[in-house]
Ligand binder design. Structure first.
Ligand code: G3H
Ligand code: 13P
Ligand code: ZN
Length: 315
């Protein structure tokens, strides 16, 4: 059942985090639904501009609608990830999305507020909620690359004014993470001080953590053992930091890269071990189960596993 993102946040806020997983194709979708049913977790499916253009946005919508009938017990929201203004309007007008993210964080503070306000007005008129970003994460997202020198953490004082003037419903905050596989070198940790300060200054506002993949070293080693060339010093967010962050107000946790690593590991190992094979269905089947297990594991770490009944009761 597709619900609003706000309905999920209401149950989760300061108790657990809802996993927001990017999907691009059929196999990921099947794995995502299976994994969330397996772990009895509510979830958010998010589509980036790149995902919507990979085949055709209608193809992804059809996959999601069909998955909804194949898995009638699933409870989830559908979200646009890192939208620009035009894509937000397209999603709002489509009537399919529960929420959109307007990402104008690379603009000036004033411009970010102005753009976000316009999107909020259009979205709220249709009962759709809006995630907006303040501060800038490092790493690569869609066509924007932010090097570490230009990344900047969210200023909690500014967050108060931003939320008030923009009218956004959730705040994507820069709290020490970055997108992609190369987040940290060596020791890593979230900026709990910044999370706490935002939560204190803007009570009740769900905080969204982008760049939340953990980039497991075992996964990187297996990929490299099967012919990959990933930097083995790559580190992501420690999974045991998800729940403490959730209890401080991080209510949506965005994970994409880790799922791509699962895909890469399964396919590299499969074709390494069976170099004469060319049917893509056997590795596809392995991937769907591996992805389902990966999602169930993440939901355990986020605290969303086992929350399906609580969410159903709250609807
Ligand atoms: O933050 C970006 C997400 O990982 C989506 O990536 O734009 O390559 O689909 P994408
Ligand atoms: P990762 O690259 O850490 O998976 O982050 C994904 C993300 O933030 C999607 O918006
Ligand atoms: Zn992101």
């Amino acid at each position: 059942m597709i619900v609003t993102t706000a309905q999920l946040y209401k149950v989760a806020y300061k108790k657990f985090a809802v996993g927001a997983y990017n999907i691009n194709n059929l196999e990921q979708s099947m794995g995502l639904f299976r994994g969330c049913i397996q772990s009895k977790a509510p979830f958010i499916i998010q589509l980036s501009k790149g995902a919507r253009n990979y085949t055709d946005k209608r193809m992804l919508e059809a996959i999601i609608r069909t998955a909804e009938t194949i898995f009638p017990e699933a409870i989830f929201a559908v979200h646009l990830d890192h939208g620009d203004e035009a894509t937000c309007y397209d999603c709002i007008d489509s009537g399919f999305y529960s929420s959109v993210m307007i990402d104008a964080s690379h603009e000036s503070f004033e411009e970010n507020i102005a753009i976000t306000r316009r999107v909020v007005d259009r979205a709220h008129a249709k009962g759709i909620s809006v995630e907006a970003e303040l501060g800038m994460l490092g790493g690569v997202e869609e066509d924007i690359k932010v090097d570490e020198g230009h990344a900047c953490l969210t200023n909690p004082e500014e967050a108060v004014e931003f939320v008030e003037r923009s009218g956004c419903d959730s705040l994507a905050a820069a709290i020490g993470t970055s997108h992609g596989a190369y987040k940290f070198k060596g020791q890593q940790s979230l900026r709990f001080d910044v999370i706490e300060a935002i939560s204190h200054k803007v009570p009740g506002m769900p905080i969204v953590m982008h760049g939340s993949s953990s980039v497991p070293i075992e996964e990187v080693e297996r990929i490299n053992g099967a012919g990959g060339k990933l930097d083995p010093s790559a580190r992501g967010v420690a999974e045991n930091e998800y729940l403490p962050a959730a209890r401080l107000g991080v209510t949506k946790v965005n994970i994409d890269t880790d799922g791509r690593l699962v895909w890469t590991r399964v396919h590299r190992e499969f074709f390494r071990d069976k170099p004469a094979d060319f049917d893509f269905r056997p590795p596809g089947k392995i991937f769907m189960q591996a992805y389902a297990d990966f999602i169930a594991h993440k939901n355990e770490k986020l605290g969303s596993a086992g929350q399906l009944d609580a969410v159903r009761a709250s609807l």
